[in-house]
Design a binder for this molecule. Structure first.
Ligand code: UDX
Length: 429
């Protein structure tokens, strides 16, 4: 917002976080964010505060707090409610409060009443950014959605987003409920697409087919498309898993639980991929992982992020450790975050240390440096040439040619000694 020319104050009740932001340090790893933060701090258009009264002069208030998974899968709205509670006394009559958080449909209408009691108004403007691409997705989104109760509020948002809208992306103006639903529906669709291809991976494993080739072939149909058809250990992170659960919980409350029952299956398919890696690891090591040395490459839920929330990679590493394996885990950025939630794992800062004397290597987050690993050079670091490519990120043929027992999810050739097809290229995410 500051880079778009607005005067911005960022408020959080965590004063340590505020101090770190004010000093130019983002509280998480996101490519380009530290540089942008430094630039905008230097411009004097951006400051940070732990004191909500600093929000009093603002014309527009964005609410962008998390809505984590609560009991029974429903969204926990307590952060959102307490942020609004704290903001209420600072709200000027005529101000616009804009919700960014992902919420159960119906939340905005309820919050609008609270805001109206102060003479202010409320709009919902869902956020579609992907971690690792946050800056580009914010400044050049593929669409902008406003849920508003009147045209005047859309005009305020148009002024806020003038610098973004000038790129010409679609702008959809709708009611509050539709805007809330757009976000949950989009994430439910993306999760379903990933679980669809992972379900095909299960069938491919049982039938001798190759899911990567299958995805390539069906993706050429423009109605299907190639993106989000990357089979592997599945989706994780702070959004997709909890959003599909919260969506089901909300549909149940609305009496239409059956309509979203399939999302339960989407979740189960996703979880089964993690189980599959654990089973395959045991298979490759002769039936039991206990006492065996396993290198885990990747801990973040996806590359270019240090986020380990519901990360398939961290989950698999922890399960193997719990089964008695000597797991050495590494990641270019996510070790501190992983250590905070799973202190018992053996973390190694360098790839060399993680690989050293490993009997089995698991690639679970497709960071660029792991995708570029050289099979011949990697041979000499390990003590067993076994590899599970949990993201279908490596060139199967090259690894097999270098003598590796290369396995990948959904690619039966990789477990039956059949010649691998040519590399299918990068995951298109
Ligand atoms: C997601 C949505 O994409 C974004 O629009 C929303 O605002 C927040 O949630 P994000 O959680 O950052 O963004 O990650 P995303 O790129 O969607 O990936 C989610 C998970 O799916 C990752 O674990 C990723 O590894 C996995 N994935 C993605 C696959 O397993 N296969 C794919 O083909 C694509």
């Amino acid at each position: 917002m500051a880079s778009l020319g607005h005067d911005v104050v960022g408020i959080d009740r965590d004063s340590e976080r505020i101090a770190s932001l004010a000093a130019g340090r983002a509280p998480f790893f996101e490519p380009g964010l530290d540089r942008l933060l430094a630039e905008q701090l230097a411009s004097d258009r951006l400051r940070f505060s732990a004191d909500m009264s600093d929000a009093a002069s603002a014309e527009v208030h964005f609410l962008a707090v998390g809505t984590p998974q609560g009991p029974g899968g429903a969204a926990d709205l307590s952060h959102l409610e307490s942020a609004l509670d704290a903001l209420r006394p600072a709200l000027a009559s005529g101000a616009l409060v804009v919700g960014k958080s992902t919420v159960p449909v119906g939340t905005a209408a309820r919050l609008a009443e609270i805001v109206a009691a102060r003479g202010a108004r409320l709009a919902w403007n869902p956020e579609f950014l992907r971690e690792g691409h946050a800056i580009d997705d914010t400044l050049r989104p593929d669409r902008i959605v406003y849920g508003v109760v009147g045209e005047a509020d859309a005009a305020v948002l148009d002024a806020v987003y003038a610098g973004v809208l000038s790129h010409g992306m679609p702008r959809i103006v709708t009611d509050l409920a539709t805007a809330e639903l757009v976000k949950t529906a989009a994430n439910a669709f993306l999760a379903t697409k990933i679980s669809f291809i992972n379900a095909m991976a299960e069938v491919a494993e049982a039938s001798g087919a190759d899911v990567a080739r299958l995805a390539e072939a069906i993706g050429h149909d423009p109605r299907i498309g190639h993106r989000f058809l990357g089979a592997g250990v599945g989706f994780g992170g702070g959004c997709l898993p909890k959003d599909i659960r919260a969506f089901q919980a909300r549909a149940d409350e609305l009496g239409v639980g059956e309509a979203l029952a399939f999302l339960g299956e989407v979740d189960r398919i996703n979880q089964r991929r993690r189980d599959r890696v654990v089973t395959l690891a045991a298979e490759l090591l002769g039936g039991d992982v206990a006492g065996r040395r396993i290198a885990v490459l990747g801990l973040a839920f996806k590359p270019d992020s240090d986020d380990v929330r519901d990360s398939p990679a961290l989950d698999i590493a922890v399960r193997l450790h719990a089964a008695g394996a000597h797991v050495r885990a590494t990641d270019p950025h996510a070790i501190p975050a992983a250590r905070r939630v799973q202190p018992e794992l053996d973390y190694r800062d360098t790839l060399d240390e993680a690989l050293s004397r490993a009997e089995l290597v698991l690639l679970l987050t497709e960071w660029r440096e792991y995708r570029l690993l050289d099979p011949a050079a990697t041979r000499i670091r390990v003590s067993g040439l076994r590899l599970i490519d949990g993201r279908n990120a490596l060139d199967a043929e090259a690894w097999r040619a270098a003598g590796w027992d290369y396995r990948a999810l959904g690619r039966a050739f990789a477990s039956r000694g059949i010649a691998a097809p040519a590399a299918v290229g990068a995951l298109d995410v």
